[in-house]
Write a protein that binds this ligand. Sequence first.
Ligand code: SF4
Length: 360
Amino acid sequence: MNLSRDLIKKIQRRVLKWYSQHGRALPWRGTKDPYKIWLCEIILQQTRIEQGTSYYLRFLEQFPTLEHLAQADETQILKAWEGLGYYTRARNLMKTAKIVYHQYQGHFPQTYEELLKLPGIGPYTASAIGSICFNLPILTIDGNVRRVLSRLFELHNKPDSPPLHQIIQQIAKQVISKKYPGNFNQGLMDIGSIICIPIHPKCRECPLIKCCSAYQHGTQSLFPEKKNTRPLPVLHWAVFVILNKDEILITREENQNFLKNLYALPTVEMDEDNHKINNHPENIFIQLTKQINLPNKVKWDFLLTTRRKYSHRTIHFHVYITRLKFKKLSTKHYLWVPLKDVPYYPFSRAFTDIIKQIPS
Ligand code: SF4
């Protein structure tokens, strides 16, 4: 899709002017420090701004420079990340910090291609860092920007034209401001997140109203066109709270990639039939008993069921509790920890929430 020079200039002027007057005052705005921009972009992937902002500020306090982050150990970083989810981001944060510190002498590479080679940095993050810190003229395309462009140009997914993402790329190359790419990107993202919102866009406040095809035709609600989404798999896990006086048995997750190296409560995956057995699936208890060499006669009480949605699956956690009078277990992969020390260990949000509900 080719845009006229006139339209391109109009869009650039309007976005830049609007950004200078109405852009959101966020803690990372106004800086061109690649460490800070990278940190906030990684934190904000799959995280709302309100939640991400407090993590960003805390991270900067704990790891004020790239050097601090590169020299931190994994447990420190996972603990600081606790509650944000998608822990692969935290691991990639650590890997990239080390690479930039050791291989690039502490300076982020300044080309889009080199930024893309760093763990956890995809096209979105590379274009954000590149445009804001190094003035690279590359449009940052997230869901918000995609929505604005889809409406501005009424972009359809037609079988007889190139795929939508290709058309968006063609438009992106044309509309990006060559002089102020960072401000243009941040302006367009702000417009997408506070004005051109998914339902009831605030067109009367929009600087692009005069250029917008969807507004002119009253078709805002039809764009962006919906994708057919496949339902996510649903899993059931039995989780075991095993107490001994004021201690709890925990383990370090090694098998589930998305929770790797976080701490967890002992867990057994349930099959379709198990979780339906009246909250008391004997064979799951037997499986756990073998796994950690518990005596057979342990009495389990059902505590609660909770559910969490992840990007790639939904997990129902069925939680059981027991209070042992002894600590002799084959605990090679498990450790007893005083309940009061649990906050020092990084857990995923699901386990933190379960631990909070353990009755005293
Ligand atoms: S005029 Fe309305 S639909 Fe068009 S870009 Fe602005 S907010 Fe979105």
